[in-house]
Design a protein around this ligand. Structure first.
Ligand code: ATP
Ligand code: MG
Length: 301
């Protein structure tokens, strides 16, 4: 397996777009969830949303899924973490949402042949306010994605740490919600606000939105506290919690400063292994159609 991964990355680094990779194909038979849009959201800051969006998108792309990563956070961490920077007048998600510029116009390639990026920069900060008076303001991103999403197997939207209009746009556009939870004492603090927002969006904007999974991040299994928090989260979200957990890993923290997903930075690290496992777990839901995401948020949360 290790050898397979290394083999893949060597190809990915050198290969042109679309060149065959030697990832074990049998693990990644194509499924039927074409263009599934997944919002990665949690209004709590620093829980691993962007790290998950980058590395899950990259791991799925390594498995030859066609993936689009959309940066809906004015911090632009998804953009810089994939090695791209805001350059002068280059259009970004801001122009897509506010000026209704076609998403197609802002798409950028990445170092992985099957992964494209819709970049953002600080301009997007203004969008939260500028969206307020606009017609159908909650559906701007959904409308923009409609023309593009069917070309991809997965679209990930990296949300900012708030429940403002950018996150609402992401939730209105998505079929699935992926919630990263940092394994610490206050992991579930504020989760009821997210669940309330989810129900409101389901009621008013997007009845089809489901929780695709809750992901435990920055896990240090050696500590009792982590074990307790993991048990509490599993009790709360039941089968919605991904079996795969993401360990705390120095290499995962370093990779964005080199503008690389972990599998192009250190394929042998525990972090790379974890996100490749997560990609496999997500792809295993393809065969189940709506998969484990078919359940509504837990009552009373
Ligand atoms: P924000 O709410 O500000 O958008 P976020 O939820 O997107 O934050 P990240 O930016 O992914 O969170 O992660 C926060 C910090 O923790 C970053 O410096 C990141 O590199 C680091 N980090 C994320 N996951 C891990 C991990 N598993 N192990 C070690 N460091 C991690
Ligand atoms: Mg982020």
């Amino acid at each position: 397996m290790e050898q397979d991964r290394a083999c893949h990355v060597e190809h990915a680094g050198r290969a042109g777009r679309g060149k065959a990779l030697c990832y074990p194909r049998a693990l990644f038979l194509r499924g039927g969830r074409l263009g599934r849009v997944i919002a990665v959201a949690n209004q709590k800051g620093g829980v691993g949303k962007t790290t998950t969006a980058i590395n899950l998108a990259a791991s799925l792309a390594a498995a030859e899924r066609r993936v689009l990563a959309v940066d809906a956070d004015p911090q632009g961490n998804l953009t810089s973490g994939l090695g791209r920077k805001a350059v002068g007048a280059r259009p970004s998600v801001y122009e897509v949402i506010i000026d209704q510029r076609p998403l197609e116009d802002v798409l950028l390639p990445t170092d992985l042949p099957h992964l494209d990026l819709a970049p953002s920069d600080r301009n997007l900060t203004g969008a939260e306010v500028e969206l307020v008076p606009l017609l159908a303001r909650e559906y701007r991103l959904k409308e923009a994605l409609a023309a593009v999403a069917p070309r991809y197997d997965y679209v990930f939207i990296d949300c900012p740490p708030s429940l403002g209009l950018l996150t609402i746009n992401a939730l209105a556009a998505a079929q699935g919600l992926l919630i990263p939870l940092q394994c610490e004492y206050f992991a579930l603090e504020g989760i009821s606000d997210l669940m309330t927002t989810l129900r409101r969006v389901q009621r008013a904007l997007n009845p089809g939105l489901q929780i695709d999974g809750v992901l435990l991040t920055m896990v240090d299994e050696r500590t009792n506290l982590t074990q307790q928090v993991m048990a509490e989260i599993r009790e709360h979200f039941k089968q919605k919690v991904f079996v795969t957990t993401i360990p705390r890993s120095v290499r995962l923290g370093e990779a964005p400063s080199f503008g690389k997903p972990i599998l192009l930075y250190d394929i042998r690290s525990k972090g790379a292994e974890a996100y490749l496992d997560l990609a496999k777990e997500l792809m295993s839901h393809e065969k189940k159609g709506a998969g484990q995401g078919a359940v509504r948020p837990p009552a009373g949360s």
